[in-house]
Design a protein around this ligand. Structure first.
Ligand SMILES: *Cc1c(COP(=O)(O)O)cnc(C)c1O
Length: 456
């Protein structure tokens, strides 16, 4: 067997020509979206005023295992893909583990995360449909950055509602989005009825993702030929992110790498869902026995402590009802520096796979996450995003277990992005001022009380 290089790069010709639709092989499907008024399953026609037509078709597609990637999207992917699969030789040495550790690195583009994979696809379809403007929300700012880049490339005007606290902590993210031509509003804003209402009820609020989603939705619905786009959670976003898993699979096959465990951080579930999807397809068909592990922050523990229930995707209760693991749309996460992991809900696909036992999950406090982020930065050279560092934590934990047992497991994790805009977080960590916030059961009950009681 050939020695595994430090970085495995595929050629452009080896990039996937199709996305992978894991729903086509799942034994049981996630439950359908429900109309919050009638509690009947939402139809494609009801969703099309909100989302672009093609994305609605993808959202509802449960038949086709492979969905072609249009040339217009591949054209964009080629600017920053394929992304490398890295053998973390230095981390292995540092830990003294017999395990083999690999990571798929998605941070090598200006947005600093994997989110560009879906941004490019969503804006391409919007442009193709003749949509004249788009709106979205952003928490930590990576999604807003990615979408601004894609909108600049395809030529579609964009309004971004950015969680207020995050826009104060990360002012350079705003500049980045504006450089690509987006209009950025701190949320809650006074520009929407829902924003004004939330400000009235809660004047000092730093905002939340759920609230920014409501504002972006309201704006999209009130404008002619405008659509809303979401950066995670939904099935079509997971679909676009499978480009991560498919490239990983090709690289593994080329070098005979067989992962025993695949680990990802989970916020809305898109990077994890996209990384594991093709491997999960194999597992469901009985072709492998890979263990899949999602790592979430202890401050926003939707999988490990949430409820599997129908809930709204936003604070303003404007979205369809989605069956997922949720902390309640009224849950306000305590401050956490992994801004991208602060959503109250979870991808319905990831939720269903977790519910059915195909995935396990663990939660971790942010100070421990930064301990491994710091080790990783020093030995592997990449400054990881706080979100991604949750996955590093999971991989290190697994590798240290192997050190005890002597097992030579192959561990693979998703390194979703870089932390160049997270200097406030690193500053707090370096100066010993990082505090861990773990919600009490009582805190969680307040969030659960906001889950609608629809008798399901
Ligand atoms: C947004 C983000 C995440 C979390 O989102 P998912 O949809 O769960 O993937 C993780 N890492 C980075 C770098 C992000 O920007």
């Amino acid at each position: 067997m050939e020695k595994i290089p430090y970085k495995i790069y595929l050629s452009e010709e080896e990039m996937p020509k199709h996305w992978y639709n894991v729903k086509a092989v799942m034994k049981e499907l996630p439950d359908p979206f429900l109309h919050p008024g009638t509690l009947q399953p939402m139809t494609a026609d009801e969703l099309k005023p909100i989302f672009c037509d093609e994305l609605v078709e993808q959202e509802m597609n449960t038949k086709d295992e492979y969905i072609p990637i249009p040339e217009g999207v591949t054209e964009y992917y080629r600017m920053y893909r394929p992304s490398p699969l890295v053998r973390a030789y230095n981390l292995e040495k540092q830990l003294g583990t017999p395990a083999k550790i690999y990571f798929k690195f998605e941070g090598n583009n200006t947005s600093g995360s994997h989110k560009l994979n879906s941004a490019a696809a969503q804006v391409f379809y919007a442009k193709q449909q003749g949509i004249e403007s788009l709106t979205t929300e952003t928490g930590a700012g990576q999604w807003g950055s990615a979408l601004s880049m894609a909108c600049a490339y395809y030529g579609v005007p964009l309004d971004v509602f950015m969680v207020k606290i995050s826009s104060e902590q990360k002012p350079y993210r705003k500049v980045l989005m504006e450089t690509y031509g987006a209009k950025v509003h701190a949320s809650p804003s006074t520009e929407t009825a829902v924003g004004r209402r939330i400000l009235e009820e809660n004047p000092g609020t730093g905002g939340s993702l759920g609230c920014a989603i409501s504002e972006a939705l309201e704006t999209a619905m009130s404008r002619k030929n405008c659509r809303y786009v979401l950066g995670s959670v939904l099935d079509h976003v997971i679909l676009h992110q499978t480009v991560i898993g498919l490239e990983t699979q090709t690289a593994c096959e080329k070098y005979g790498i067989k992962p025993d465990v695949i680990i990802g951080c989970v916020g809305g579930g898109s990077n994890f869902g996209g990384l594991i999807a093709p491997f999960m397809g194999g597992r469901i068909k009985g072709e492998n026995n890979i263990e899949f592990v999602g790592i979430e922050p202890a401050s926003c523990p939707s999988l490990t402590r949430g409820r599997y229930a129908y809930d709204f995707g936003d604070t303003g209760k404007m979205t369809p009802l989605i069956r997922m693991y949720t902390l309640g749309s009224g849950f306000m996460p305590s401050p956490n520096h992994a801004g991208g992991l602060r959503y109250h809900g979870m991808s319905p696909i990831v939720s269903k796979l977790y519910h059915d036992g195909y995935i396990t999950a663990r939660s971790v406090e942010q100070s421990k996450v930064f301990d491994v982020a710091s080790i990783f930065a020093k030995c592997e050279g990449i400054l990881p995003a706080p979100e991604s560092s949750h996955a590093i934590y999971g991989a290190v934990e697994e590798a240290l277990k192997c050190k005890e047992t002597g097992e030579e497991k192959t561990i693979l994790f998703g390194l979703t992005g870089t932390g160049y805009f997270d200097m406030t977080a690193y500053m707090n960590y370096n100066s010993g001022n990082m505090v861990d916030h773990i919600p009490t059961d009582e805190d969680l009950e307040k969030g659960f009380a906001t889950i609608p009681d629809i008798g399901k």
